[in-house]
Ligand binder design. Structure first.
Ligand code: SF4
Length: 162
């Protein structure tokens, strides 16, 4: 899947009619710590558009609050290819199945409602588009849901680009 410049991604967002959005950026308290991450720049950028909110992790049945998860062995692409895992950072408990399922739910929502662009929360192990937590540090790359959306041709944009 081709990589686009920031300008191209923002132009795609301006033109998009339907946009998939990380629910926490809209003010939903669905983060692992039970908080939200409402973003005024995101909400401004979505004015006049149809918005499809989604949270891959709560969609997959992981509760609120929930233990923080990080990726082990690689970024979201590697998790989708079976070369890396999503694990609870504190205990190492495996959450790969849930993360893959949550990513599939996000893609299904995008396809069902015709979203061509997704605005996603940066650095999340699910939603990060430029960086995500791998082996205890933030590395360049996508989270699991962002990787699946990108591979399906959805243009993924970070909240921090707005
Ligand atoms: S970053 Fe993604 S997975 Fe995490 S709370 Fe927000 S929508 Fe859910």
């Amino acid at each position: 899947m081709m990589e686009r410049t920031r300008e191209e991604r923002l132009a795609a967002l301006r033109e998009a009619r339907v946009v998939l959005v990380s629910a926490c950026l809209l003010g939903e308290a669905c983060r692992y710590d039970g908080k939200s991450k409402g973003s005024s720049p995101v909400i401004r950028a979505l004015e006049g558009k149809e918005v499809v909110p989604m949270c891959p992790e709560t969609g997959a049945g992981l509760g609120i609050p929930r233990p923080a998860v990080e990726l082990r062995g690689g970024t979201g692409e590697a998790v989708l290819e079976g070369r890396a895992q999503a694990v609870v950072a504190a205990t190492g408990e495996d959450r790969t199945k849930e993360f893959r399922y949550g990513a599939e739910l996000a893609l299904k929502a995008a396809q069902r409602f015709g979203a061509t662009v997704a605005v996603l929360k940066e650095r999340s192990p699910s939603c990060g588009t430029q960086g995500t937590h791998v082996d205890g540090v933030v590395v360049p790359g996508r989270g699991v849901a962002a990787a699946l959306l990108h591979s399906a041709g959805i243009i993924v944009i970070s909240d921090e680009e707005l």
